[in-house]
Design a protein around this ligand. Structure first.
Ligand code: M6R
Length: 607
């Protein structure tokens, strides 16, 4: 939930770390800090607020070869200068992402040994603990000893006044990657932090440490075993992680969807056969025909994608699908077995609950498939098979382009499984693949009508509550529309299956409250029309997002936004886009920081 970075090399370490922190600010943004070696000692600057507040405290022109930085999302202790990282003891300085579960016990122990605490953070126990061991042993060993005492999740970058030409990175259940450039070494929570300087990376595994000096690096496990791992080259570029002229990352990422969806599709369809390339999901031969059940587990927006996936897979493949929230699944005595396929959906690949659920499923013998965006992330590395979204870095805290790529990935997966299980004839399969190949252009068409949504946002931005209703495959899209709105505009919004309206939410309707209806063609639309009538009969305000295929007049709606015709399984993609724009423009009108909404973090790497 926090972002950490360390740099050791010939470049200007202060400038590099500050720039890296800006790339990591999506992970947490209530406080920030850096520590840099000034040739004689480490200087620390830290404060509550954003990176720009921190910059005001630092002279970037200072020369330094070694610096560490942190951008915070508070877990223990309010956002305040004294709780901001880096934390330091006599000789040790460090930054931390994660949560130390046994910090109270350790704090008591260290206090009795004479260590004084100046913050309310759990992190401060780590720094004193390392200091304690470092009195008699070199930094690497001291870090190893200390990590052996920590329970919880932690990624660390540690430096010492005694050896100011070394940094030690530690990874345990929180992400840490190393970047290697001509001029130096980086340790960071995420690749975009150093993409400006290098694309050569080494992904650390759990329970590993990286010991970096000007002469090179070593990777060692917590029990001291040397690990040899060659760097890989990621295909992201620095400009992919820029705002590219847009006012916000979120808007840029919404607009990227024609290309991000095209990237998800690229190479996945065998055009000569008009079939999904089986190799793309990396599944062993026979798996799709032998499984009895599919589990899909995820959090937040990725969970909504999973719910859409259930409709796709059950309809097209005729196999039962269970969709669960990872935070529920991991603590439920779930009945999962070897005959089940366990699909996790995660943009970041680092969501703590999703990873825990994935590990639990693996432990119980299920085959795990990760549908993931971040290459080399924990979920991707630990899964038996991975399908990468290739939608490029998603920086805005609200997930947008990853969601539509997840839907496309699930669509391809459903078609692959339907074919393997003999549930789809070749002409329908061909047609459905043609349909998905046409989606980027249709999304482009929706985006061209952005001004209609801006106008809608103007009209409704003062509303206090919103209701989003949809049926069938559009029900999870209603959930997603409501989630986007509450994340970005802090307006209370609820998503519901339209058929449930009369079982409770109808009580909320009054002259002030807008209800957003999502309508697709088919018999069920008439039932949704009845819901619309019921809302207007109570003076409620109605906004309709509908497919071009729905031709019925809807006189009682204040606004109707039409998305282009496609097949029913792809309508969620086209409906999601205007809902993202609506949330975005309402958030912007209200003057909020839509890229970094309050209390949220991009990657929820703690429980
Ligand atoms: O990286 P993941 O897909 O695992 O993240 C899951 C959720 O934390 C994420 O979708 C969250 O709900 C976003 N804020 C949604 O916009």
């Amino acid at each position: 939930m926090c972002g950490i970075i360390g740099y050791l090399g010939k470049g200007n370490a202060i400038d590099i770390v500050l720039r890296g922190l800006k790339r990591l600010e999506y992970r947490g943004y209530d406080s920030a800090g850096v520590a840099f070696f000034n040739g004689g000692d480490f200087e620390i600057r830290r404060c509550k607020g954003k990176i720009r507040d921190l910059e005001a405290l630092i002279q970037v022109s200072l020369n330094s070869n070694l610096a560490v930085g942190h951008t915070r999302w508070a877990t223990h202790g309010v956002p305040a200068d004294h709780n901001a990282h880096p934390h330091c003891s006599d000789s040790v300085v460090l930054v931390h992402n994660g949560i130390i579960e046994n910090y109270l016990v350790l704090k008591e122990e260290l206090t009795s040994l004479g260590y004084q605490f100046t913050s309310e953070t759990d992190t401060e126990v780590i720094v004193h603990l390392i200091e304690h061991f470092h009195r008699d042993m070199p930094l690497e060993e001291a870090v190893r000893e200390a990590t052996g005492r920590l329970h919880g999740a932690f990624a660390l970058v540690v430096v010492s006044r005694k050896t100011p030409d070394m940094m030690v990175g530690v990874r345990k259940d929180s992400p840490l990657v190393m970047g290697i450039s001509e001029d130096g070494y980086f340790l960071a929570s995420d690749v975009p932090a150093f993409l400006e300087w290098t694309r050569r990376v080494v992904f650390l595994e759990d329970s590993e440490m990286a010991v970096v000096t000007p002469d090179g690096y070593r990777i060692v496990t917590f029990d001291g075993r040397e690990v040899h791992r060659s760097p890989t080259t990621v295909d992201w570029t620095a400009s992919m992680a820029d705002k590219g002229g847009y006012r916000h990352y979120m808007l840029k990422e919404i607009h990227e969807q024609p290309s991000s969806i095209a990237n998800t599709l690229r190479g996945r369809i065998d055009l000569s056969r008009m079939a999904v390339n089986p190799g793309e999901f990396m599944l062993p031969d026979g798996l799709l025909t032998s499984i009895n059940r599919v589990f899909i587990v995820a959090c937040g927006t990725s969970w909504h994608a999973g719910l859409v996936g259930k409709y796709m897979i059950e309809s097209l493949c005729r196999i039962p699908v269970e969709v669960d929230l990872a935070s529920e699944f991991r603590y439920r005595r779930s009945l999962i077995s070897r005959g089940d396929l366990f699909v996790v959906i995660t943009q970041s690949g680092e969501t703590a609950d999703t990873l825990a659920a994935q590990r639990e499923a693996k432990r119980q013998g299920a085959f795990t498939l990760s549908i993931c965006n971040v290459i080399g992330s924990s979920s991707a590395r630990e899964a038996d098979a991975v399908f990468y979204l290739h939608s490029g870095p998603e920086i805005g805290v609200a997930s947008t382009k990853a969601f539509t790529s997840q839907l496309v990935a699930l669509y391809l997966f459903s078609l692959l499984m339907a074919e393997a299980r003999g549930q789809i004839d070749s002409s329908l399969r061909r047609q459905m693949l043609q349909d998905v190949m046409g989606i980027p252009e249709k999304v482009e068409g929706v985006l061209k009508r952005e001004s209609e949504i801006e106008e809608m946002a103007r009209r409704y931005s003062n509303s206090k509550d919103f209701l989003y209703l949809g049926r069938g495959i559009l029900y999870p899209v209603a959930l997603e529309g409501a989630l986007k709105l509450k994340e970005i505009s802090y307006i209370h919004a609820e998503g519901y299956p339209a058929g449930e309206m009369k079982h409770g939410p109808i009580a909320l309707i009054d002259e002030q409250m807008p209800t957003v209806f999502l309508v697709q063609a088919g018999e069920l639309r008439r039932k949704v029309f009845s819901n619309i009538e019921e809302v207007t009969a109570r003076g409620g305000r109605v906004i309709v997002f509908k497919s071009e295929d729905v031709r019925d007049p809807i006189p009682s709606a204040e606004h109707i936004f039409e998305v282009p015709r496609t097949n029913e399984f792809l309508e969620p993609v086209l409906m999601a886009v205007p809902l993202q724009l609506l949330a975005y423009y309402i958030g912007v009108r209200k003057g909020y920081d839509v890229d970094q909404p309050r209390n949220l973090a991009k990657s929820v790497t703690v429980e």
